[in-house]
Design a protein around this ligand. Structure first.
Ligand SMILES: [Zn+2]
Length: 93
């Protein structure tokens, strides 16, 4: 990642801060998206709000708590069925 300068950003009366374009571009913050803000001690960390699938990186995840896309859920279900079918086959013969 490129080195960016330290910015001193004005906060308006409603608490809004504009994230400079070079920072948005470098961190992949999209104008219509979300950023994740984490406050620790005396700092606020802003990260890309995009949650991606842990398996394939797809952005269409089911929910924040389960970062898996619907395609991968389908594959996991197929594997699960295959696996269960194999177990039953082995139990029967
Ligand atoms: Zn996926």
């Amino acid at each position: 990642m490129q080195n960016l300068p330290t910015y001193y950003l004005p906060i308006d009366k409603n608490g809004r801060v504009v994230i400079p374009k070079p920072v948005r571009d470098a961190l992949g913050f999209s104008s219509a998206g979300f950023v994740r803000a984490t406050v620790t001690d005396d700092k606020m960390i802003l990260e890309s709000g995009r949650t991606v699938c842990k398996f394939c990186g797809n952005e269409n995840v089911i929910c924040e708590d389960l970062p898996i896309c619907s395609d991968c859920i389908e594959k996991v279900n197929e594997l699960n069925e295959l696996y269960n079918g194999r177990i039953q086959k082995n139990e029967n013969g």
